[in-house]
Structures are given as structure tokens and as C-alpha cells.
Design a protein around this ligand. Structure first.
Ligand SMILES: [Zn+2]
Length: 458
């Protein structure tokens, strides 16, 4: 999942991305073979066995590469914990050293107009927090990615993207913060219900504008145009009721070696985007398999379902915030010089409590996403009929994902099915549709009437 461009204020939620990743030239130490042959055990023969075929695919990855991508991916588990703890420490610093209260005082001196005070606070807050968390950001997003051969950016352009992300965070985060504090000040008793509603509408707004106004800040996005590659893709799209104008390409190779594709947007802006790493490096079968998966997200309305699910999560989160904010302010409010929940100085506490909530529900969110990804996998197999292309994509993803986790590990940490499970699902599908792949029986020369080659038969 390539949800990394728009940072800062939980914008990750806003672009619905499901990445399917791979490599770019030149192949680095961590890269899987670009061309993956169908192994002997996965060929369509009478004694085809899905488990043997799965194991044969997995055997194409060398032990060294498995160890390396496992280390990268397991490091990601720890990053969830370090990100959380680091964020907690920064929030507690801002509260206990009363920097938050001082930023509020400064904002009040700058203007008497309440919404502008909120915005002035937000600007100071976001810049200060970005600076304090910068060491972790630069390690996680720059050095660690380079160490594993996944990043292609030098430091300058990477830093440029960070600043753009900060700009997006200032505007969108500022807008949401002003709206929410306005709600809290006007409706001090029922703010949590209305706040949840405002947050939900804001989320829809951001999902709507993201593909058109936010993604292009970071990437060049163009309609697919190379006919050799796109004709089969657009044919597949039309067969599934997706207009050609809804399929785009994005130049992710300027930043990353990952192969990825995603569905984003809402209503008129909903679209499928394939990145250039996938288009250049994937085999035609692989590209079609990935495209089939993305079409699954599109046709199965996963964006709308995810938004509905996020409404539930947002309401629960605001209910929890109402309770936990009251509890924390009663104990430490005076010490932190926070006047109440309508005081902008409360913001680090709000985000601290929200991050506790987010940390605890990580497995729930992952399981929700993983379930949808599995649905898209099955839709993709049925529509593309490319189980071997799909297995190739799963192997390419193995460059930065653990292929064979334990069941609990998969349940807690995986937002996509593991590579092993994805390949197995593809091979099981192949076993059940073996006739599609078998060579047609040789017609007996004497009986076969002369006829033009039948293009429909494989
Ligand atoms: Zn997906």
C-alpha cells in the first residue's frame, strides 16, 4: 500500500491505495527476478496440485532474498510501535513544558478572531511537531527505504516532497481543526456527535479532491496512452463497465522501485491508477492480473464501503475522545494550562489520545482492509483469468513483504493477504479452471474440417 505521499494529519486514510509492488531498473540487491517463469509444478497438467504449485512458485525466491524482505517487513512491525511511542513523547513534551499553552497565547496575541487563532495555533503546532519528529521521519522514510533498495530519490527531492506534504497538512489540517474547534465551542455538550459528522464529511471531501488536486502535487498523472500496453487493459476495463477515462498512469519510479496500482477518488473523480514501475516491468499477464484486482476494488465499491466503515470508526473514536479528554483534563488540565476542550492548547492531548486509539485498533483496520483485498484478489482472478500473472505479482511484492507469516502475524500486521496465501488462492483458482489452460486436443486430421484459426481458444 503506497500511502505515503500525503503525510502529517492522517491523510493516509484518504487515498485508498493498494499497492502491488515490484522493481525498477537497474535491479538492486533486493529485487526478485523480473521475468518469472511458470514453474514445472504450476503448469496445467492432469495432475496439477495447487499446494505443490504454490510451493514451486515460492521456491523461486532465494533464501537470501526471503531473509532480506522478511527483515524489512518485520522492522515495519517495530516502526508501528516506535512511531507511536515517539509521538506520545512529543505530545507529552508539548503539554508538560507548556509549549502548547504558549503557542495558544501567541495565537491569541496575533488575532482576536477565533477561527484565525485556531489556524495560527495549527501552523505553529504542525511545524514544531514536524521538526521534533524529523529524525524518525528521515530514518523511516529515507534511510531505511534506501537501505533496502526501495527508494530512488536523492535527499533534495525527498526533502522537497516532505515540504509539499507539510504544505498540504497546513491547509487541510488547518481547515479541519478550525471546523472542529468551531463545533466544540458552539456545542459544548454534543460536540462529539457533530464533530464526528464534520470529520466524516471532510474525509469524503478529501477523497473526492485527492486524485485531482493532491496526488498531482507529488506525481505526474496522465491518462494511459501506450496502445501496446493499454489496449488489453482498456478492453478488460470496458468488459467490467469501467470507462477508459478512469484509467491513469503515474510516474512513481521517480521516487520508489515499488510496483503499485490503486483506486482513488469519489463519484466523478473515482479512477484506477497504475504506476510506471508496474507498466514497464510487469509481464502482460501480470499487469492484467493486477488490473483485474484494481477493477475488483472499483466494481465492488470498496471506496464507498471503506468510507462507511470509517464513519463507524470515527463515531467510536469521538465517543472515546469525549470520555478520555474529560478524564485527562480533570487530572492534568490545570498543570498543562489548558482551559477546556474548546481551547486550542488541548490539541496535543487530542492527538495523543487519538494515537492510542489508532494503535489499539491497528489489527481491526488491517483485517478490514485485508478482507477487501482478498475480495479484490478473487474478482481479479475471475476477470483477468491470469493466475500465473497474479502469482508473479505476489512474488514481486515479496521484495518488501513477508511471504509466509504465521496466522496470528498475518491477522495483526497484514493489510493484504500474505504472498503465500495470494499465490495459493491463484493456484486453487487455476486448479478449478484447468481447462482454460490445457492445450486443445489434437483434432484427428481426417475428421477435422478445414477452418480458420479460432482466436477464442487458448
Ligand atoms: Zn488492492
Amino acid at each position: 500500500m503506497a500511502v505515503r505521499a500525503a503525510t502529517a494529519t492522517g491523510l493516509g486514510l484518504m487515498i485508498f491505495l493498494c499497492a502491488v509492488s515490484v522493481l525498477a531498473q537497474p535491479p538492486g540487491p533486493n529485487q526478485m527476478p523480473s521475468v518469472i517463469q511458470v514453474p514445472e509444478a504450476a503448469r496445467a497438467t492432469a495432475n496439477f496440485d495447487a499446494i505443490a504449485a504454490t510451493n514451486a512458485y515460492l521456491a523461486q525466491i532465494s533464501p537470501e532474498k526471503t531473509a532480506r524482505s522478511d527483515t524489512y517487513f518485520e522492522g515495519g512491525y517495530w516502526m508501528i510501535l516506535w512511531d507511536f511511542l515517539y509521538g506520545v513523547v512529543v505530545a507529552l513534551l508539548l503539554l508538560n513544558l507548556r509549549w502548547s499553552a504558549r503557542m495558544r497565547d501567541l495565537a491569541e496575541r496575533l488575532t482576536r478572531f477565533k477561527p484565525l487563532q485556531t489556524f495560527a495555533y495549527w501552523v505553529q503546532y504542525l511545524i514544531l511537531v514536524s521538526l521534533l519528529t524529523f529524525p524518525l521521519t528521515v530514518y523511516e522514510d529515507y534511510f531505511r527505504e534506501h537501505k533496502y533498495g526501495l527508494a530512488t530519490q536523492t535527499f533534495g527531492p525527498w526533502m522537497g516532497d516532505q515540504l509539499k506534504g507539510l504544505g498540504v497538512g497546513l491547509v487541510l489540517g488547518g481547515l479541519l481543526t478550525m471546523l472542529l474547534f468551531g463545533v466544540v465551542r458552539r456545542l459544548p455538550r454534543t460536540w462529539w456527535i457533530w464533530g464526528a459528522g464534520v470529520t466524516f464529511v471532510f474525509l469524503i471531501f478529501v477523497v473526492l479532491i485527492a486524485p485531482v488536486y493532491i496526488v498531482p502535487i507529488f506525481y505526474k498523472v496522465t491518462p494511459l496512452n501506450n496502445p501496446k500496453i493499454v489496449d488489453p487493459i482498456l478492453r478488460l476495463a470496458r468488459q467490467n463497465g469501467i470507462p477508459a477515462k478512469d484509467v491513469y498512469e503515474m510516474n512513481e519510479s521517480t521516487k520508489s522501485t515499488r510496483m503499485s496500482a490503486n483506486v482513488s477518488g469519489f463519484g466523478n473523480t473515482m479512477r484506477i491508477t497504475l504506476n510506471d514501475n508496474l507498466l514497464r516491468r510487469g509481464s502482460p499477464e501480470e499487469i492484467q492480473a493486477v488490473m483485474g484486482h484494481e477493477m475488483g476494488h472499483y466494481v465492488l465499491n470498496h471506496i464507498y464501503k471503506s468510507l462507511t466503515f470509517s464513519l463507524i470508526v470515527i463515531v467510536v473514536a469521538f465517543g472515546y475522545l469525549r470520555w478520555s479528554l474529560a478524564w485527562a483534563l480533570k487530572r492534568w488540565g490545570e498543570k498543562w494550562q489548558i482551559r477546556g476542550i474548546g481551547d486550542t492548547a488541548v490539541l496535543p492531548l487530542v492527538l495523543l489520545l487519538s494515537s492510542v486509539f489508532g494503535f489499539v485498533i491497528t489489527p481491526v483496520m488491517n483485517t478490514y482492509t485485508r478482507t477487501q483485498e482478498y475480495e479484490a484478489d478473487m474478482y481479479g482472478l475471475n476477470t483477468s483469468r491470469q493466475p500465473d500473472g497474479f502469482a508473479q505479482a505476489a512474488i514481486h511484492l515479496g521484495e518488501y513483504r513477508k511471504m509466509s507469516p504465521g496466522p496470528m502475524e498475518e491477522w495483526i500486521f497484514f493489510d493484504h493477504p500474505s504472498g503465500r496465501n495470494r499465490i495459493y488462492a491463484a493456484m486453487r483458482w487455476k486448479a478449478e479452471n484447468l481447462k482454460l489452460f490445457s492445450a486443445p486436443a489434437e483434432p484427428t486430421a481426417a475428421l477435422a474440417p478445414a477452418q480458420p484459426a479460432d482466436a477464442n481458444k487458448k
